[in-house]
Design a protein. Structure first.
Length: 746
């Protein structure tokens, strides 16, 4: 969700003071840093409106802005309904400056003008809610602004009750009227409490609240110079701070660095005092809302010093005494102390040590242990440091060490907003960052695999494809890269298509015989996941003889590698696409190779073998059922052996032949049939041959089987129904023996 439209409603009536306001002499006059008395009333009004729009555009340049200067009720209605109609389900901002009209009323009204500007006309907040709809954000810059917030909440509650009545009783008169919009997703920012007036100090602007929200650095420096108790360097005047060189969006300049530090500090304060869900809502979902709430923290600090308390809905805990404000004061002092020599002598600007010191504090936190401790308060600052080339390598190293503490650390980093920062860094070509970025992304995807969609959307998968294909990268980092790519393609068709186009299959096949066992394991897993339920990747693997190259891993000395190879071959034959003679032959060959692992010493391999063979059973179910019935018919022809014991208590030898289901239920199947299991499985797979000349052979192809064998006539007989494999049985086998358990081995 983002703010796409902004309504700027200014009720100034330049030159005429409202009847309920008594101004001091001298008093604050500046509106959007313009003195309205320095020019004609109409020109001043238009200039102030244009300046306010520019100030908002610094925070959200893509929004649609509409001004309403000294408006009537109808003009406000037309403006709000138009913006809501165009915004659809996105957020709309309503900025109200009421410095030229009476204060809000206890009945929930603000004031505008009549057409002739001879009367003040009340505008109900209830009507404003109806026109603005939801989601919306409201900014009120006027005295007693807290009254508007209270009235807004009362009307919102009234609307919810009306909605409930209409839902319960469709015949109620309220149900016959257009349902009012819900106000649950609305945000409010007010300049002061319900019983407070705005400060009128002449050295401050009249719209102090608006200045804090839209020009925070300018007003912060001005206020800082007025607070003699916090200034370490004398001689810095209000005129001098207007000459600070640089631009706000250039972090290499003094002004840009101050703005950067301010963003880091306000983010840190918010993250440390707000609940995680509220922080996400206000500081991470909408660019303009996040900027306004960062600046709202400054407004609280400045305006409280003048006995004025800004109000927000949702309400924030007090932050004006947070310890991080001292770090901000120090950064401002260091910057201002250089101004005289920079301006008069042209000396070079010395950058603030703020970020280096915060990284050191974060490093100390990491070295002191983490048990029963609060999260590091510097985490938001670490993310901001990632934007700096000077400190980026150190910040990535510390961030990786933090993520390595466990899933809780990854969750904290994601909650503070790590994702867009490390996603943007994938555009970097710096080789020294590759190991750190690979490690960080492996940790993120191990905890939250849903990031795969955003990775593919921003072409982040290409970065990891290049890392995996880089022969100079250590095997450890290529292993983590293979894991990342395996997550990207896991059950995500868009990721499979993107990685297939990036030649992932060929890259993985080149590294199947790498000396590093974990790398062999994960490239096999990656192959198994890219062609899982994706026929295009399967046929690409066929063209590259991928299944034949995987055969060598079936005899790998590492059981996890063998298991990964079985998984890859299992998904290779498990696609549900229609089979051709060629694909059927390949499936048969793969099945014969897998059958050799029936007596593998690793239970993990045998479990995965069951899952792999279940894919084959699903594809050729009727064929397997027929062969199974043939075995059952053969078993009936054998007499039941009588178990006997020798004097020593051991079993007498049992002839090497099939046994009945009854014997299987009362005897140890492992003791009696272990020597014949592999032989019978090979025999059953060989019976599923491609030869159709023999009358008793079975054609190995999907669909119903047509054969001359008498066994086929008994398929539907009631006495044999209990022996037919069902899809439920196969699904249960998959759930019990899932290859995903291998992830715990890494």
């Amino acid at each position: 969700m983002k703010t796409v439209s902004v309504a700027l409603v200014l009720c100034l009536n330049v030159g005429v003071d409202p009847p309920d306001v008594v101004k001091t002499t001298p008093c604050a006059r500046l509106e959007c840093w313009i003195d309205p008395l320095s020019m004609g009333p109409q020109k001043a009004l238009e200039t102030i409106g244009a300046n306010l729009q520019k100030q908002y555009e610094n925070w959200q340049p893509r929004a649609r802005y509409k001004q309403s200067l000294d408006p009537t009720v109808d003009e406000v209605k037309k403006l709000c309904t138009s913006l809501r109609r165009n915004a659809k389900e996105e957020r709309v901002l309503f900025h109200y400056n009421g410095h030229g009209v009476p204060r809000p009323t206890v009945n929930g009204e603000i004031w505008v003008f009549n057409k002739n500007y001879t009367q003040y006309i009340p505008l109900s907040i209830y009507d404003l809610q109806t026109w603005m709809g939801s989601p919306s954000i409201f900014v009120y810059d006027c005295s007693n602004a807290g009254l508007i917030v209270k009235s807004f909440k009362q009307f919102a509650l009234q609307r919810e009750q009306e909605l409930e009545v209409a839902a319960i009783n469709p015949n109620h008169p309220l149900a016959q009227m257009p349902l009012p919009p819900s106000m649950k997703n609305c945000i409010q920012l007010a300049a002061c409490e319900a019983n407070e007036l705005l400060p009128m100090i002449p050295d401050l602007p009249a719209d102090l609240f608006t200045s804090c929200l839209t020009t925070p650095i300018k007003i912060a420096l001005r206020w800082f110079c007025m607070q003699k108790s916090v200034r370490l360097v004398p001689g810095v005047t209000l005129d001098l701070i207007e000459k600070i060189p640089g631009r706000l969006n250039d972090r290499r300049t003094p002004l840009g660095e101050l703005n950067w530090i301010f963003t880091a500090i306000t983010d840190t304060i918010a993250w440390n005092v707000l609940p995680r869900d509220l922080f996400q809502k206000l500081f991470r979902q909408d660019l303009l809302v996040a900027s306004l709430f960062r600046n709202f923290l400054l407004a609280e600090r400045i305006m409280r010093s003048y006995n004025c308390t800004p109000v927000s809905s949702p309400r924030l805990p007090p932050t004006y005494m947070h310890a991080m404000w001292q770090a901000w004061d120090l950064a401002v002092d260091i910057c201002l102390s250089q101004l005289p020599t920079i301006i008069e002598e042209g000396t070079a600007f010395r950058h603030s040590p703020f970020f280096a010191e915060q990284l050191t504090a974060f490093q100390v936190w990491l070295t002191m242990g983490v048990e029963n401790r609060n999260p590091p308060e510097q985490l938001p600052i670490v993310l901001q440091v990632l934007l700096s080339q000077v400190h980026r390598l150190r910040a990535l190293d510390l961030l990786g060490r933090f993520l390595d503490l466990g899933p809780w650390a990854v969750s904290l980093a994601l909650s503070v907003g790590i994702f867009p920062y490390v996603l943007k860094l994938l555009q970097s070509s710096a080789r020294e960052l590759r190991p750190l970025l690979v490690f960080i992304w492996a940790k993120i995807l191990a905890v939250d695999s849903s990031c795969q969609a955003d990775l593919v959307k921003d072409n982040g998968h290409k970065y990891f494809l290049s890392v995996l294909a880089d022969p100079y990268m250590p095997a450890e980092h290529r292993t983590m890269t293979a894991f990342i790519l395996a997550v990207i393609v896991n059950s995500y068709n868009t990721g499979q298509e993107a990685c297939l186009q990036g030649n992932l299959i060929a890259i993985c096949l080149e590294q199947l015989n790498d000396p590093h066992p974990l790398l062999r394991q994960w490239v096999a897993i990656c192959l198994g996941r890219i062609w899982q339920n994706f026929d295009s990747a399967r046929w690409c693997g066929v063209r590259d003889s991928a299944h034949e190259k995987l055969y060598s891993l079936l005899s790998d000395p590492i059981p996890e590698v063998r298991c990964a190879a079985v998984f890859a071959l299992g998904t290779f034959v498990g696609n549900s696409a229609e089979r051709t003679d060629h694909s059927t032959t390949i499936d048969h060959n793969v099945a014969m190779m897998l059958a050799q692992l029936i007596n593998d010493g690793s239970p993990v391999v045998r479990k995965e073998l069951v899952v792999a063979l279940s894919h084959l059973v699903v594809q050729y179910e009727s064929n397997f059922c027929t062969v199974a019935l043939q075995f059952m018919e053969e078993e009936k022809n054998y007499p039941l052996p009588s178990p006997a014991t020798t004097e020593c208590g051991s079993l007498t030898p049992v002839r090497d032949g099939p046994c009945t289901p009854r014997l299987r239920s009362v005897s140890s199947y492992g003791n009696i049939r272990a020597v014949t299991t592999a032989r019978n499985l090979n025999k059953s797979l060989q019976n599923l041959s491609l030869n159709e000349e023999s009358g008793s052979s079975v054609a190995f192809s999907p669909g119903n089987l047509s054969t001359s064998s008498s066994a086929s006539s008994t398929l539907g007989s009631p006495e044999n129904e209990e022996y037919i494999l069902s899809f439920e049985t196969i699904d249960k086998m998959r759930r019990v023996s899932s290859y995903s358990s291998l992830n715990s081995l890494i």
